[in-house]
Design a protein around this ligand. Structure first.
Ligand SMILES: NC(=O)c1ccc[n+]([C@@H]2O[C@H](COP(=O)([O-])OP(=O)(O)OC[C@H]3O[C@@H](n4cnc5c(N)ncnc54)[C@H](OP(=O)(O)O)[C@@H]3O)[C@@H](O)[C@H]2O)c1
Length: 319
């Protein structure tokens, strides 16, 4: 009997604590989340019919982004070099989301590294719908090689694909967006746009350059209602390392362990969608260690450089 009374007294204390501290926190928290979910639903619905151009849509993250935006009813334009892969993505989309009322995806096979040849083709594709709402500059290629031995043509190729193509496309669509007084340009950079890793000089340099260009464009065009978002993903499980260029320009052809164990492309694509919905200026989609490394590079650069020096020595030994 005494034991039962003690248990009841214990429960009444818990109930009292819940009423005094738990309820005032829980109820506003639930209300806040409910309104947030509703707001996000409304914003997603508002994307229906928007014209979205996605580069590098023939595989990996670009393909995952194509699914996300097509599923929301966007009119999508898919860009990459391999026409047959773009056709495959288009067919998969049209067969997977038969209930979504939207236009068939437009495919635009282009080598984006030829930056001077883009204007006519891209403008024609934009004119099909008469506008462009979102451009996602996602196409990219990586690099594996020493600074000293890497052929300068490889540096140029990586820079052309990752940096110059992104700014060339942005310059083509910006006049449309400025005229519309609306638009959103997303640059897929990398954690390596914030910190540089040994043996990936061309890649890191191209992504750092991207960051600088976006930060400048965002500031200059703040009054035009054109938004800019930079996305810094950590490793994603895609073909990026397989296609990376080595010092002599040959494809690396190996799936790195880091890439193999990276995030799923679908997850990163959802994070990118959220960053667009919330008009975020920059997001880093990465585990804690790369995020901490970015902070370390800013606050204690000497320590960061020392860690990178050790990393370079270790990678050199493991070769
Ligand atoms: N995977 C990662 O760990 C990781 C991490 C951080 C950031 N990222 C970034 O994410 C983006 C997407 O890469 P991913 O990981 O999805 O790799 P991926 O599967 O190799 O995709 C790269 C895409 O870029 C396209 N592309 C490459 N060169 C091109 C060119 N000259 N012209 C037109 N399209 C070109 C490729 O298509 P075609 O071959 O058909 O042209 C392909 O669709 C890249 O910007 C990459 O830097 C990736």
């Amino acid at each position: 009997m005494k034991q039962q009374q003690e248990i009841l007294a214990g429960w009444s204390v818990v109930w009292w604590l819940f009423k005094v501290f738990g309820l005032p926190i829980t109820i506003p928290w639930l209300v806040y989340h409910f309104f947030n979910i509703m707001k996000e639903k409304r914003k997603k619905a508002a994307l229906h019919g928007k014209v979205v151009m996605i580069t590098g849509a023939s595989s990996g993250l670009g393909e995952a982004l194509a699914h996300v935006f097509y599923d929301l009813g966007c009119r999508i334009i898919l860009v990459a070099r391999r026409k047959e892969e773009l056709e495959r993505v288009k067919n998969v989309l049209m067969n997977t989301y038969q209930t979504v009322p939207t236009y068939p995806p437009i495919i635009l096979p282009l080598d984006l590294a030829n930056v001077n040849d883009l204007k006519d083709e891209v403008s024609k594709a934009v004119m099909v719908h008469g506008r462009i709402d979102i451009l996602i500059n996602n196409a990219g290629i990586s690099h594996r090689g020493e600074v000293v031995n890497t052929n300068i043509d490889v540096d140029i190729r990586v820079m052309m694909t990752n940096y110059f193509s992104s700014i060339a496309l942005s310059k083509i669509v910006l006049p449309f967006m400025i005229k519309q007084q609306s638009g959103h340009i997303v640059g897929i950079s990398s954690v390596q746009g914030r910190i540089a890793l040994p043996y990936r000089s061309a890649y890191g340099a191209s992504k750092h350059a991207l960051q600088a260009w976006y930060d400048t464009a965002r500031a200059e065009l703040a009054d035009s209602n054109v938004k800019f978002t930079v996305v810094n993903p950590g490793y994603i499980k895609t073909s990026l390392s397989l296609n990376a260029l080595m010092a002599d320009g040959q494809a690396y052809g190996l799936m790195d362990k880091t890439t193999e164990s990276g995030y799923q492309a679908d997850y990163v694509a959802q994070c990118i969608l959220k960053s667009i919905l919330h008009q975020q200026k920059e997001i880093t989609v990465a585990p804690l260690a790369p995020k901490a490394a970015i902070i370390l590079r800013t606050l204690f650069p000497s320590l960061f450089f020392w860690i990178m020096q050790r990393r370079a020595r270790k990678l050199d030994k493991d070769k």
